[in-house]
Design a protein around this ligand. Structure first.
Ligand SMILES: CC(=O)CC(=O)SCCNC(=O)CCNC(=O)[C@H](O)C(C)(C)COP(=O)(O)OP(=O)(O)OC[C@H]1O[C@@H](n2cnc3c(N)ncnc32)[C@H](O)[C@@H]1OP(=O)(O)O
Ligand SMILES: NC(=O)C1=CN([C@@H]2O[C@H](COP(=O)(O)OP(=O)(O)OC[C@H]3O[C@@H](n4cnc5c(N)ncnc54)[C@H](OP(=O)(O)O)[C@@H]3O)[C@@H](O)[C@H]2O)C=CC1
Length: 293
């Protein structure tokens, strides 16, 4: 048995929140998209519209379906607008303090039966759940970027997550035509436990002068058949997110092998957060983007 999901609330309208809204609306759910910055909601909906238009031009989607899906997405100007959601997926910045504050404000607004999920890349589901009034109805639903393209979703139970919550989350994700992998609640779960140390090592490789940005990315694209080089991928994920994940691994597993590269720290301190900021290991103000080292 699974619970019924009709309306999905999404908190955070950045690259992940808008991607989750995109696939949820296409699967027939009503979607309410909230962000702390109203202009981000507008930008998120514009991105969804553009990405759906690309799907129409590549004949993966009919224009009629695009229009219907866009019609199912409503901006939420306040968290209170999410009151009637059956499932709320938090996809705000990868910062535990921010996420805790969101759950503290959100949970009293929701129906007690509603499920709450987080798209966190790394933070303990059990710890986040303990900050809510519904640890049994809380779960990690970890989508991959870009959401409309990537097939995988990691499902992560907290220690208190009930079977009904897990089964409902699984049915929801399957209805989006995604493949599930189940990860235990350890720092950064499966994908990022493996991927982020590789990206961090690529940044050390740059930091130590073993190769240039271009050399490192070319090496991994052509030498290991990765679709993107690790520095290009770091910029794509967001360097702030990469650093937060490495910090969670470093602190959570207490092993120096996860020490974030000082160059990654410096880039984040400079505000060079990657593609979303216009500059990271590449400068995106140029077309094509120019490697910065
Ligand atoms: C950090 C975490 O917590 C976890 C993570 O997500 S880690 C990151 C995981 N993601 C990856 O590793 C992505 C690696 N990169 C890739 O797979 C590919 O480079 C890519 C799919 C992003 C782009 O593929 P590409 O072949 O270079 O580019 P392109 O031809 O433009 O795109 C392929 C398709 O994806 C679509 N697409 C590309 N970027 C998109 C985006 N941001 N949103 C929606 N659709 C997108 C394109 O429209 C295109 O679709 P069609 O075939 O229908 O035209
Ligand atoms: N990037 C990736 O590849 C992946 C990321 N994730 C996870 O998804 C989540 C979001 O990442 P991503 O979309 O990349 O990040 P983005 O930076 O693109 O988007 C985060 C959004 O959250 C907003 N936000 C910040 N604080 C609040 C708040 N209190 N209430 C509502 N919205 C808020 C931000 O607004 P503002 O900019 O104004 O602060 C921003 O619009 C993170 O937990 C991340 O780890 C998961 C899988 C892949």
């Amino acid at each position: 048995m699974t619970g019924k999901i009709e309306t999905v609330g999404i908190v955070g309208a950045g690259q992940m929140g808008s991607g989750i809204a995109h696939v949820s609306a296409l699967a027939g759910y009503r979607v309410k998209l909230y962000d702390i910055s109203p202009e981000r909601i507008e930008a998120g909906i514009a991105t969804i519209s553009g990405n759906m238009a690309r799907q129409v031009s590549s004949e993966k989607l009919e224009d009629k379906e695009r229009q219907k899906a866009l019609g199912r997405i409503a901006p939420a100007n306040a968290l209170e607008d999410l009151a009637d959601c059956d499932l709320v997926i938090e996809a705000a910045t990868e910062d535990e303090t921010i996420k805790r504050k969101i759950f503290a404000q959100l949970c009293p607004i929701l129906n007690p039966e509603a499920l709450v999920a987080t798209n966190t890349s790394s933070i303990s589901i059990t710890r986040l759940a303990s900050q809510t009034d519904r640890a049994e109805r809380f779960i990690g639903i970890h989508f991959m970027n870009p959401v409309p393209v990537m097939k995988l979703v990691e499902l992560v139970r907290g220690i208190a997550t009930e079977d009904l919550t897990f089964d409902t989350a699984r049915a929801f994700v399957e209805s989006l035509d995604k493949t599930i992998t189940v990860a235990e609640d350890f720092p950064a779960f499966i994908v990022n436990r493996i991927l982020l140390p590789m990206i961090n090592e690529a940044i050390y490789t740059l930091y130590e002068g073993v190769g240039s940005v271009e050399a490192i990315d070319t090496a991994m694209k052509l030498g290991a058949n990765h679709p993107m080089g690790p520095l290009q991928l770091a910029d794509f994920i967001g360097l702030d997110t990469c650093l937060s994940i490495m910090q969670v691994l470093y602190e959570g597993l207490a092993d120096s092998k996860y020490r974030p590269c000082p160059l990654l720290v410096k880039y984040v301190e400079a505000g060079w957060l990657g593609r979303k900021a216009g500059r990271g290991f590449y400068d995106y103000r140029e077309d094509p983007p120019v490697p910065t080292r």
